[in-house]
Design a protein around this ligand. Structure first.
Ligand SMILES: NC(=O)c1ccc[n+]([C@@H]2O[C@H](COP(=O)([O-])OP(=O)(O)OC[C@H]3O[C@@H](n4cnc5c(N)ncnc54)[C@H](O)[C@@H]3O)[C@@H](O)[C@H]2O)c1
Length: 275
């Protein structure tokens, strides 16, 4: 049974499509005959990615690169107008673009603003600029917002990134609640939570997944109607993820200190919990 939203001649919009998981998603959807709009910052990487992705499409002009800074609402709105002028409303929107700028508590405020502007506002702008027309079209459609396990378990290190991904989780949950309570709406929101995935020019290490594996898992999750599309990887099993998420929630319900998983006083207890 063909999927109603992931189908030939339907339109897909993917942000951060010049690299990694976004590019792999663009290539897969192009190979399925979708009209794919690849949004990313202007420049050679976007142009090169479009060429590469077009190689997967039967009709190369169905793969369109649209330079767009997702943190800029006016740019995103203009981009949505361009898409809607030539296509029916997208049946697939993936808010995937990310910056790793951010860092720890005392990193410069500018880095924190950048993290929030791209990783959170990029998602909010994508939803506000594209989703109303997707609802109005009345057809089955998906919004996939890309989160992270770091937005759930909050490991020490890049706290700014964790904060933005926690916000994307909360935002996406609220979005899906809103969509399912909108009369006649056939658009559903989903939170894709990749595991460790080799992207960009990073060396592929054993234990990491490749972007294509994330795409496989995402498409299976959409098919199953899952909201939380939680990816394992070669190192972390679904059971390990389950334990880590439960332990993090337990910091509150068991009145432990925050991030107790990384507190030496709780090392033995944690190791007993997730052997
Ligand atoms: N790779 C992993 O291990 C991993 C793990 C968990 C979650 N994720 C999430 O998956 C998603 C994709 O990650 P990836 O590793 O494939 O990313 P990546 O770094 O390979 O690509 C991100 C893309 O976003 C683009 N981008 C950055 N700022 C932008 C802006 N302002 N406007 C438009 N585009 C912009 C970049 O140019 C780049 O092409 C991200 O949301 C990331 O947080 C990745």
């Amino acid at each position: 049974m063909p999927h109603p939203a992931i189908a030939r001649d339907k339109a897909a919009v993917i942000t951060g499509a010049a690299s990694g998981i976004g590019k792999a998603t663009a290539a897969r959807l192009a190979s399925l005959g979708m009209r794919v709009y690849m949004l990313d910052l202007p420049g050679r990487p976007l142009d090169a990615a479009r060429e590469e992705v077009a190689g997967h499409a039967a009709e190369t002009d169905h793969v369109i690169a649209l330079p767009c800074d997702v943190s800029d609402e006016a740019e995103m709105r203009g981009t949505a107008q361009r898409v809607n002028a030539v296509s029916t409303a997208p049946s697939f929107l993936m808010n995937n673009a990310v910056t790793r700028v951010g860092g720890g508590i005392w990193n410069p405020a500018a880095d924190w603003h950048k993290a929030v502007d791209v990783n959170l506002w990029g998602v909010v702008n994508g939803v506000r600029c594209f989703v109303p027309s997707m609802i109005e079209a009345g057809a089955k459609a998906h919004v996939v917002n890309v989160g992270s396990k770091q937005g759930i378990t909050n490991p020490p290190g890049n706290t700014a990134y964790n904060v933005t991904k926690a916000a994307v989780k909360a935002y996406s949950e609220g979005l899906q609640h809103d969509l399912r309570n909108t009369p006649g709406c056939r658009v559903s929101a989903h939170l894709l939570i990749p595991g460790w995935t080799t992207t960009g020019d990073r060396e592929h290490k054993p234990g990491a997944w490749l972007p294509d594996q994330v795409v496989d898992h995402m498409l299976a999750g959409l098919e199953a109607g899952d909201f939380y599309i939680l990816c394992p990887d070669g190192e972390t099993t679904p059971e390990m993820d389950r334990k880590r998420i439960l332990w993090g929630a337990g910091d509150i319900t068991e009145n432990r200190p925050p991030l107790s998983r990384w507190d030496p006083a709780y090392k033995a207890a944690y190791n007993a919990f997730e052997p």
